[in-house]
Design a protein around this ligand. Sequence first.
Ligand code: PEP
Length: 249
Amino acid sequence: MRSYFIAGNWKMHKTVGESVALATELVAKLAGAGEKVMIAPAFTALQAVAAVVKGSNVLLGAQNMGPEEQGAHTGEVSVLMLKDLGVSHVILGHSERRHGYGEDDALVNRKVRLALKHGLEPILCVGETLGERESGRLEAVVGAQTREGLAGVTAAELAKVTIAYEPVWAIGTGKTATPDDADAVHAFIRKVLASLYGDAAAKGVCIQYGGSVKSENAAELMARPNIDGALVGGASLKAESFVPIVRFR
Ligand code: PEP
């Protein structure tokens, strides 16, 4: 049976205590869930949440990381620090980083390669703005983000990469791409991956959809052939909304 990868991005929400409380509830309520599950708390809560999820089926992710191993980079958090805490996955190139903090494809690619070098599994986020979609540039934008984000990544490393397709206009807005629309973009991303790594490798890549995923639309999205999971923002902040997404079937 196909297995899905559902990840929760808690963004800049929750104190350490609140994070521990939610993680504790999720570990209890997601025990035995058939899907791969990850939560990405804020950096400040990673250590405490790591202790909660240890030994459970809930994986620990970070929301970002710096592009260097260590050094004079005030305010950055390094791959080595994340590994040290037991983090296994890292979200990179989220649209809030690209559009709010000026991260470009070259920077995102440096982070992707550094994560892979140290055995951290990246979730590479790609997605177009409404303006890019409406001016017919969706494929050019998403294709470039995929190709440039993966520059220098080997076929063996690709097996550790998840791509998250997150149309910027659907993030936190309540607007969701229709399942058919999303699936068409996922198929396009898979075509780009096939052109870089071949059909078999491309088929094996997990492509998550992100953008106002909730329990009401999760099953319909996940039923599409190219949608292999979800990256969930707002609905991942409460067990009552996240658990039904993970247990969508
Ligand atoms: C996200 O930030 O990755 C996201 C998909 O957010 P939301 O689910 O709130 O749209």
